[in-house]
Design a protein. Structure first.
Length: 56
């Protein structure tokens, strides 16, 4: 994540889990040769609006 202070790298599952409440952060993903722009939505983040962050 380029918006977090940490330089640590995470798998997509962990980055989605740690960004449940930081949905506007921008991530980079490794494509096998270099890091490219990615998105939390493409990584699997699903936003639940309302209902205290639980699904309907």
């Amino acid at each position: 994540c380029i918006d977090c202070d940490s330089l640590a790298m995470y798998c997509l599952t962990c980055i989605v889990e740690s960004h449940q409440h930081l949905s506007l952060h921008q991530i980079k993903t490794w494509n096998g040769r270099y890091f490219e722009d990615g998105s939390l939505a493409n990584a699997g983040l699903v936003l639940h609006l309302g209902h205290a962050f639980t699904s309907c």
